[in-house]
Design a protein around this ligand. Structure first.
Ligand SMILES: Cc1cc2nc3c(=O)[nH]c(=O)nc-3n(C[C@H](O)[C@H](O)[C@H](O)COP(=O)(O)O)c2cc1C
Length: 220
């Protein structure tokens, strides 16, 4: 049975009384899951809704705690890293990481960044060894697949597009994915939300079709 960890990062829900206010990225994730379930109805899905319940930001004490060996941690330090432990366990358990997220200020929402800060952690998701020279960090996890489903108000962030170089959402996650143990990454992106025109409609439809295609390709 496949284990999917679904991380939703939009602060918008999908049940607003005005449909235009509904989250597009969450709807893309719904399409992905719906398609997957057609191939594997009993797929295990864990939802981590960082959009609605943002993880804590890391702190001075959090850093001190993670750099203290597990056996030496005080109860207070154990409590400080408890959320991080839980989030890392969820990650470790998953085969597929499904991240649905809006673009906010040309990058990822703060809540999703807080999630990454909680899980990219020494001796849990990466090791650090200066004997490796200029690249001392190495990921611990492996073998996972990342599916990234995004929505943006503007458009043209991909290579060759009019905003190439100013979209840091997918690029940032592409850089981080190795610390998730994600050896491959698939993407679907809806754009033009702020224009609310024909291009938006076409972009959302294409992104749903792409999300379903990815599910068809990956599902057993
Ligand atoms: C706080 C905020 C910042 C945003 N910043 C950007 C941006 O930098 N670039 C962009 O293309 N769209 C931006 N948008 C538009 C969202 O990406 C767009 O509305 C998207 O559909 C939101 O995802 P959702 O529908 O899943 O909630 C922003 C929206 C909000 C609320």
């Amino acid at each position: 049975m496949t284990k999917i960890l679904r991380i939703d990062a939009s602060v918008r829900s999908t049940d607003n009384s005005v449909p235009e206010y509904n989250s597009i990225s969450r709807a893309l994730a719904d399409s992905f899951v719906d398609q997957w379930k057609q191939a594997e109805p009993n797929v295990e899905i864990t939802l981590r809704d960082v959009g609605m319940n943002p993880p804590d930001f890391i702190s001075n004490d959090w850093i001190a705690s993670v750099f203290t060996s597990e056996s030496d941690r005080t109860q207070e330090q154990k409590d400080i890293v408890a959320l991080s432990d839980t989030l890392i366990d969820e990650l470790d358990h998953a085969d597929i990481l499904l991240i649905s997220t809006p673009m906010y200020n040309y990058g990822m929402p703060a809540a999703l960044k807080a999630w990454f800060d909680q899980i990219v952690r020494i001796n849990k998701t990466f090791t650090f060894d200066l004997a490796r020279g200029d690249f001392p960090l190495e990921p611990i996890m492996s073998g996972k697949t990342l599916v990234l489903l995004t929505s943006a108000g503007e458009f043209g962030f991909a290579e060759g597009g009019p905003r190439e170089g100013s979209g840091h959402l997918s690029a940032h996650i592409q850089t981080l994915r190795k610390y998730l143990g994600a050896e491959r990454m698939f993407e679907a992106a809806a754009e033009y939300q702020e224009f609310a025109d024909q291009r938006h409609e076409a972009s959302v439809a294409a992104a749903h079709a792409r999300a379903r295609d990815i599910a068809r390709q990956l599902a057993p």
